[in-house]
Design a protein around this ligand. Structure first.
Ligand code: ADP
Length: 600
């Protein structure tokens, strides 16, 4: 929520929101925030409490989490690396497979962490080789802590496996979905606005990243054919060339890809639902993370789709690349950042920071300190003024009125060069309260975890939704202490913000099971129910194919050639029933390309 000038009666007291960037943050972050009317934090002129959003590419220090103010947000959670280091992720997913069944977690290719799992890997490798009629797998070896395709090796024969650091050796998906012969994967943006309670959004738009040379298992060392990283492919000889079926460069948007799938009658909704389940199940594997207020995490999930349309999780990226290599990047990433800022749900009240924290450098400039205290003996304007007005059960309106009131009050105070409270009093009060909250919630989470590791059931299932609201002690604090990701209207996560769609909690039961700690078992039960509902029957599949064939007029076989062009993924449709199956076979046999409705 951006600040609207109309929201204030006194224009001269309006302050823009302030962003703070650490070194190496991609310039598009600055550009977008400036576009939105924010100003950049000036260390020399402003105090640490004066910024609203602090964006870093590296983890924050614990002190940053402890000193966070209600009007501030950090772009990382503590310990998010639990999911973004390849070896940690592999370990978590393996544990989940053990605890909840491999069927649910089979979206992650079998992986071994080397050198620790060397013996296990050898056992698996030898087993495969000895089984008659089984084609030996291909493997991919990836350094645990590197990104952008660095240090990756694909092999079939163990004699080619070499490594000199911790790596994961993962089954190589050797039957990827190809478009015009090129391999691709999806970069899906996922924003977690809270791990406690778990609140996950996926971004509807995203990037499809292509390899720039045709897929060929005969040349495993050709990185341009086997890796889809832009950081690699942009240096390939074919990057700038026009590639049949793909175009120039190596990226499509999700929208383009999904239209492409629909042309083939592929159920892209089902595919996307499976991907969303992968995201939820993966994040469940790393919960709970330490409790931290006012943070969010933007993850980049890399998803590979195989030729049976099964999505696989390859890895989860910390700081997904935000550099702009091409116009597709610009389209997707600029809007993504705008939508992230919307998701952070800043309020008018958050601009009052400079007045709330007495003694800030900016404050010193704008609101000169007066030990005499000036005209008011009440609490400091701003936060504390709001605290009186807004309890957690109240609507946001009184708080905004209070905020406006505070603005006016501050304006008056500014003129009188007066100040209500010394700096120390207010900041230390705030910090104390926040720490108390954290300790309280942490203790609750820990107690809950102990229960989960035993029974795995939420102890208070009967509790009402209100428990999902801030805890009672939190309610007695300021309005801005309410989790920012809850809507003001009903104190539930906002279902959609821009292209961000809430995927967790996905129903009332999931909400209940994540409200007071994470009840993984119950959540998984809900996901299982969802999955069984989503799986289409054979009949439904056939129906879809028939309706697709009808829609493109392919029931009239004489006309089929009017609708064909470049071939790529028709193989998937051979496995259909009866006449539809035969029809698909005919199409596949005859068309050397993608189907396009070029005539009516
Ligand atoms: P990095 O962090 O170095 O980018 P990834 O795990 O994302 O590492 O792998 C880089 C690329 O390698 C992926 O984008 C994908 O094209 C390919 N890749 C990785 N793992 C597999 C796999 N198991 N099967 C097939 N291709 C893979």
């Amino acid at each position: 929520m951006e600040i609207m000038a109309d929201d204030y009666d006194t224009g001269d007291t309006l302050r823009p929101l302030v962003f703070r960037l650490h070194e190496n943050v991609p310039s598009i972050v600055r550009e977008v925030l400036l576009e939105r009317g924010w100003t950049e934090f000036d260390r020399k002129e402003q105090d640490d409490a004066d910024w609203n959003l602090y964006w870093r590419n590296s983890p924050f220090r614990m002190t940053d989490y402890h000193s966070i103010k209600p009007w501030q947000r950090l772009n990382h959670y503590p310990e998010a690396v639990r999911i973004t280091r390849k070896d940690y992720l592999a370990r978590h997913l393996k544990r989940m497979k053990g605890a909840y069944g491999s069927a649910l977690y089979e979206f992650s290719p079998v992986a071994f962490i080397m050198p620790n799992d060397y013996a296990k890997f050898i056992a698996e490798y030898s087993n495969e080789r000895q089984s008659v009629g089984r084609r030996p797998s291909y493997w991919i070896c990836k350094p645990a802590d590197l990104s952008r395709g660095r240090g990756i090796l694909i092999f079939q024969d163990i004699k080619d496996l070499v490594y000199d650091c911790t790596v994961i050796v993962q089954k190589y998906i050797s039957n990827p979905l190809l478009i015009s012969g090129y391999k691709l994967d999806l970069r899906l943006y996922v924003c977690v606005t809270s791990f406690y309670p778990l609140t996950i959004y996926t971004y509807e738009e995203g990037l499809v990243r292509f390899a720039t040379e045709k897929f060929d298992l005969g040349s495993l060392d050709n990185v341009y054919a086997h890796l889809t990283n832009t950081s690699i492919n942009k240096y390939g000889a074919s990057y700038k060339k026009y590639k049949e079926g793909i175009g120039c460069g190596c990226k499509w948007t999700f929208s383009k890809f999904r239209s492409y799938l629909r042309i083939f009658g592929v159920d892209d909704m089902l595919l996307w639902q499976k991907i969303k389940n992968i995201v939820i199940l993966t994040l469940l594997a790393v919960t709970p993370l330490p409790v931290a207020s006012n943070c969010f995490e933007l993850f980049g999930f890399d998803i590979l789709i195989d030729d049976k349309f099964k999505p696989w999780l390859l890895e989860v990226n910390y700081n997904p690349a935000l550099c702009l290599d091409c116009s597709t990047d610009d389209t997707v990433k600029r809007k993504l950042l705008h939508d992230i800022v919307e998701l952070l749900n800043f309020k008018q009240i958050d601009t009052l920071r400079q007045n709330q924290v007495a003694g800030t450098k900016a404050g010193r400039r704008q609101v000169p300190w007066s030990a005499a205290g000036g005209s008011t003996t009440e609490e400091t304007p701003g936060l504390l003024a709001c605290r009186k007005e807004a309890k957690c059960t109240s609507s946001v309106q009184p708080a905004l009125q209070a905020a406006r009131g505070s603005v006016r009050k501050v304006a008056t105070l500014t003129k009188k060069t007066a100040r209500a409270h010394p700096r120390k009093t207010l900041t230390s009060q705030l910090r104390e309260k926040m720490n108390m909250m954290k300790i309280h919630s942490q203790a609750k989470a820990e107690a809950k975890n102990k229960q989960l590791s035993g029974a795995g059931h939420s102890p208070d299932k009967s509790a009402q939704l209100s428990h999902w609201l801030p805890t009672p002690d939190l309610c007695s604090y300021e309005l801005t202490m309410h989790p920012y990701f809850l809507s003001d209207k009903d104190q539930r996560p906002i279902p959609r913000v821009g292209d961000f769609v809430l995927i967790f909690p996905f129903n009332e039961a999931a909400l209940q099971a994540s409200r007071d700690g994470i009840d993984v078992k119950s959540i998984i039960k809900e996901i299982n129910k969802l999955v069984s509902k989503q799986l289409p029957s054979k009949e439904q599949n056939t129906k879809k194919r028939v309706s697709y064939l009808t829609s493109v007029g392919l029931y009239d076989l004489k006309n089929w050639s009017l609708y064909t062009r470049e071939h790529s993924t028709c193989t998937q449709f051979i496995k259909v029933q009866d006449s539809v199956e035969i029809l698909w076979k005919v199409i596949y046999k005859h068309c050397s390309g993608v189907l396009f409705q070029i005539s009516s």
